[in-house]
Design a binder for this molecule. Structure first.
Ligand code: F3S
Length: 425
C-alpha cells in the first residue's frame, strides 16, 4: 500500500471499529492512491456537507449503502449539512409536473430519515450555502474538509481559506465517517499554487457569473490567481465581496472545474502570500469587456423555440444571501414601479437557505417581494429542472451553473430585472 497509515488508521482498516468502517477506510485509501496521496490527514472542520440531497427513486444502491452504514454503526463523526431539497410545493408547477415529481423523488422522505440517522445537522440544513452565518457550517481558515458540492468547495477554499478537494458524492460522507481524508491536490501547499494569472482589465465591474464562466472555461481544473478584481471589489472581504465571489466561484466550478482561486489583495492566501502563490510557468489570461461579451455570446440557447416567452425565472443558484435578497427586492420594486406594474411579468423564484429565508421573512422587504409575486424558496433549481417535463420549459436564470447543467437560458442580473419588470424578451 503506497499510503503510510498511522496506527489508528491501520486499526480502522483492520476492522477494529467494525467491518463497515474498515470498508469505508479502504475506499478512502484507494481513492487517495489513485491521486498519488502518501498519507491520510484528519478532517478538522466541525461539520461535513453532503451533495446528495435528493431521494431519486432510481438511486437504489445509495439507499442500500446508507442502510449498511447505519446498521454497521458507521455514522458520521461530524454533523453535516446537505444540498437543497429538490421539491417545494410553493414553486410553480403544473399538475403533471407534480405527479412526475412524486414518482421521480419517491424516496425523498425515507432518504431524509436515513440522513437524520447518519448525522444531519438539523432540519434546516438543506442548502448549498452552508457556510453562511445563519446556517452554522462555516469552516475556519486552514480547516481540512470532506465536502463535494462544487460551489461550496470553491468558496470554502478560496474565500474562507479552508482546504478541501473536489471530492465526489459519497466519498465526502466517507471522509466524515472515519474523520480522515487522503492528502493530495488542494489540501497541499503545492496544490494551492496558481498556474494561471488572470488579468481583469474591464471598464466596469464584471458580471460575477460571466467572469467566473470565462475563467472556468479557460483554466478548467487549474488554480487561477486573479489580478485587477480588487479594483471593483475593494480589499475587504465584506458581504458584498463575499456574495460576488460566491456567484463567480460557482460559475468557475461549473463552467470549468475550479476548486480554488486567489484574488490579489482580497482572498486570505493571496493577501498573505501574494505572488509567492504563482507557479514559475504560470500562463496569462487577459479578460476585457470584449472577452466577456465573446464568452456570453457563446452560450447556446437550447429551448425548442428560442423566441418562446419565459415561463419561469430562477434567481439564486447558489442560494442567495440575505443581503442579495434585500438588494433584489429593492431593485425589483423600483423597476416595477417605474414600469407601472405591481407584479413580476414572469413567475419567479428566489432561492435561499432555509435559515436565511426565515430571517428575511421577518423583514418588511419580504412582504414587498411577496406582493411583487416572487416566491422565496429553498429548493435546488437544478433538481427542479433536471427532468424531461421541466427541461422542456422555457426557464430563465442569472445563474451560470443552472445554465450549464440544464436548458435554462442565462441573462445577466440587469437583464433579468428588465424581463421581470417589463416582460420584454
Ligand atoms: Fe446550489 Fe442546487 Fe445551484 S446545489 S449551486 S442551488 S444547483
Amino acid at each position: 500500500m503506497a499510503i503510510a497509515l498511522t496506527a489508528e488508521q491501520q486499526a480502522i482498516l483492520a476492522g477494529e471499529k467494525g467491518e463497515v468502517q474498515a470498508k469505508v477506510m479502504r475506499t478512502l485509501v484507494m481513492y487517495g492512491e489513485t491521486f498519488g496521496a502518501q498519507k491520510m490527514v484528519p478532517v478538522t472542520g466541525a461539520n461535513g456537507h453532503l451533495v446528495t440531497s435528493f431521494g431519486l427513486g432510481v438511486m437504489k444502491p445509495v439507499y442500500a449503502l446508507m442502510d449498511t452504514l447505519i446498521e454497521g454503526g458507521a455514522l458520521s463523526r461530524q454533523p453535516f449539512s446537505v444540498d437543497p431539497r429538490p421539491l417545494d410545493q410553493n414553486v410553480p408547477s403544473n399538475l403533471l409536473q407534480n405527479v412526475f415529481f412524486k414518482v421521480m423523488y419517491s424516496k425523498q422522505a425515507s432518504y431524509e430519515a436515513q440522513l437524520n440517522k447518519l448525522g444531519l445537522l438539523d432540519e434546516s440544513a438543506f442548502t448549498c450555502t452552508c457556510y453562511m452565518d445563519e446556517v452554522g457550517n462555516k469552516p475556519r481558515e486552514g480547516d481540512v474538509l470532506s465536502w463535494a458540492e462544487s460551489s461550496a468547495v470553491v468558496y470554502a477554499n478560496s474565500v474562507l481559506g479552508a482546504r478541501c478537494n473536489r471530492n465526489s458524492g459519497i466519498i465526502e460522507l466517507f471522509g466524515s465517517i472515519v474523520g480522515y481524508v487522503p492528502y493530495f491536490g488542494l489540501l497541499t501547499d503545492e496544490g494551492r499554487k496558481a498556474s494561471w494569472i488572470v488579468e481583469v482589465a474591464t471598464t466596469q465591474k464584471p458580471e460575477a457569473q460571466v467572469l467566473g464562466s470565462a475563467i472556468g472555461m479557460k483554466v478548467m481544473e487549474d488554480v487561477p490567481y486573479i489580478r485587477g478584481l480588487d479594483t471593483w471589489l475593494g480589499t475587504e472581504l465584506n458581504q458584498d465581496a463575499r456574495d460576488y465571489l460566491k456567484d463567480m466561484g460557482a460559475a468557475t466550478a461549473s463552467n470549468g472545474a475550479v476548486g480554488l482561486y486567489h484574488i490579489e489583495n482580497l482572498t486570505p492566501e493571496a493577501v498573505r502570500q501574494g505572488e509567492a502563490l504563482l507557479r514559475p510557468d504560470a500562463k496569462v489570461y487577459r479578460i476585457d469587456d470584449a472577452e466577456l461579451a465573446r464568452v456570453k455570446a457563446g452560450y447556446p440557447v437550447i429551448w425548442k423555440d428560442a423566441n418562446a416567452a419565459p415561463k419561469l425565472c430562477f434567481v439564486g443558484c447558489p442560494h442567495l444571501s440575505e443581503r442579495q435578497l434585500n438588494d433584489w427586492t429593492q431593485k425589483l420594486t423600483e423597476a416595477l414601479a417605474q414600469n407601472g406594474r405591481k407584479k413580476v411579468a414572469i413567475p419567479t423564484v428566489f432561492t435561499a437557505a432555509p435559515k436565511v429565508a426565515e430571517k428575511f421573512a421577518q423583514t418588511p422587504q419580504a412582504e414587498a417581494l411577496r406582493a411583487a409575486g416572487v416566491v422565496v424558496s429553498s429548493i435546488c433549481p437544478l433538481m427542479y429542472m433536471n427532468n424531461p417535463l421541466c427541461g422542456k420549459m422555457p426557464v430563465i436564470t442569472s445563474s451560470n451553473k443552472l445554465r450549464t447543467y440544464t436548458s435554462a437560458r442565462y441573462h445577466t442580473d440587469a437583464e433579468i430585472l428588465q424581463l421581470l419588470a417589463k416582460g420584454e424578451n
